[in-house]
Design a binder for this molecule. Structure first.
Ligand code: RNT
Ligand code: ZN
Length: 421
């Protein structure tokens, strides 16, 4: 489609939205401020670049599929990320895990990771004008194989993971300082048990103590911010999860940390969207892990589905765009991994655009008037307003290919780069 067709459709859609009291240019201006944190781990099925003697232990995190072309080195992963980013409108961030350091072919223990191991990522981020976020990696490791890390009954194991997370926070602060934007350091641990535990208390007490020790070192929020991610259950922790939602909610509120809500980490009928207006009464900021659970925490690629749309609507209606960190969190090894990342990122941006384009003033009025017929009718009408024309205009403005036009770039990349790996 040529630019003038896009412009024409945009002009018409603008009028259509104006009739609903919606300022389309303002919606696009708001969309431009959105910065998504893109998961590097989608590019290599959460394997990382450690050269350990022992093979990484599977479990807890489970990527399925065997599509060819997985990134095997930091350079390949950066090449893939660069390709994906070229197809995503706006300016975004890259989310790293500790296992993605460049360790020079040497085995570097998790409790010995250093900022220097991430120098390559930093140089790249500066050159590509990207910001970075960071995560400790407390899984896929022999010392996590018993199912407990920071809450392990063994002091030595807890020590190891405390040291790892402390080092990761230091790396996050280093990256944030260098890039002049706070890096969010998110902590998720797999701790829990497959079958019914007798004692649910001690691991939580130990986790609390481990966190207290980890957070003894304070960093300026201008360089790094801490967030904590809960889970309902996981593979091997079906009966008990130490870091449950209540545990971290309590901890984060008491210690002024950020809470992370992952869309796959709650009961399937529980709406994460509904939690936002509750939590933001008490917290300044939130981290959202945008994922798509299919029957369970399956980490499917995000699409423009009802839950994603509801989430975006809640953030927009609460004028909370500036208070919410948006990180994609999925890993699908069953298809082109670069394409997967682009699908997810574009879906999130579309969800926010559509939320911004809802006739908010009219909806607010209808509700205030108690006119529930009109409120529901407006919701229904909004679904078929020409948001696609506004999205096309956004892609044009941001100089990325339109929907239907970027698929060929992925196929070409698969042919010329990924299949040759
Ligand atoms: C696991 C958590 C966690 C990870 C990433 C890789 O259930 O969702 O956020 O997916 O850190
Ligand atoms: Zn997550």
């Amino acid at each position: 489609m040529d630019a003038s067709t896009v412009e024409k459709a945009y002009a018409l859609s603008r009028e259509r939205y104006a009739a609903h009291g919606v300022d389309v240019d303002a919606a696009l201006a708001a969309l431009r401020t959105l910065s998504l944190s893109l998961p590097c781990w989608q590019g290599d099925d959460v394997r990382g670049f450690e050269k350990t003697k022992e093979p990484a232990i599977a479990g807890a995190i489970q990527a399925t599929g065997n599509h060819p072309g997985r990134a095997r080195t930091a350079d390949e992963l950066r090449q893939d990320l660069k390709m994906a980013i070229s197809l995503i409108p706006g300016s975004h961030r890259v989310n790293l895990h500790a296992i993605y350091g460049e360790f020079g072919g040497k085995p570097v223990a998790r409790n010995e990771v250093e900022p220097e191991h991430f120098r390559g990522w930093l140089t790249w981020a500066k050159a590509e004008r990207l910001k970075l976020d960071f995560n400790a990696t407390c899984f896929s490791h022999p010392k996590a194989a018993q199912g407990f890390t920071l809450s392990s009954p063994e002091k030595e194991t807890r020590r190891f993971w405390i040291d790892h997370v402390r080092r990761c926070r230091r790396i996050a602060a280093f990256l944030g300082r260098e890039l002049k934007t706070a890096a969010v350091h998110n902590l998720w641990i797999p701790d829990g048990s497959k079958d019914l535990p007798f004692d649910r208390w001690t691991p939580r007490l130990l986790l609390k103590e481990s966190l207290d020790e980890i957070f003894m070192t304070e960093y300026s929020p201008s360089v790094m911010k801490d967030s904590l991610e809960s889970k309902l259950f996981g593979i091997g922790s079906e009966s008990y999860v130490v870091g449950s939602h209540e545990f971290y909610l309590g901890y984060a509120l008491a210690k002024r940390k950020i809470i992370c809500l992952d869309l796959g980490h709650f009961h399937p009928t529980e709406s994460v969207a509904d939690k936002i207006s509750a939590l933001l009464q008490f917290f300044d900021e939130l981290l959202l892990h945008l994922s798509r659970p299919v029957r369970w925490d399956s980490d499917h690629i995000v699409i423009l589905d009802d839950e994603m749309r509801r989430l975006a609507e809640e953030v927009v209606r609460g004028r909370a765009l500036g208070r919410v960190h948006l990180a994609l969190d999925f890993f699908d090894a069953s298809m082109n991994r670069v394409g997967a990342l682009v699908i997810g990122a574009r879906a999130v941006l579309k969800a926010f655009l559509l939320a911004l384009l809802q006739p908010q003033e009219k909806l607010r009025e209808a509700e205030a008037d108690g006119d529930h017929f009109l409120r529901l009718a407006l919701f229904e009408d909004a679904k078929t307003l020409p948001g696609g024309a506004v999205w096309d205009q956004y892609c044009l403005q941001q100089d990325v290919p339109l929907d239907c036009e970027w698929h060929k770039n992925i196929h070409e990349y698969e042919r010329t780069v990924l299949r040759r790996r």
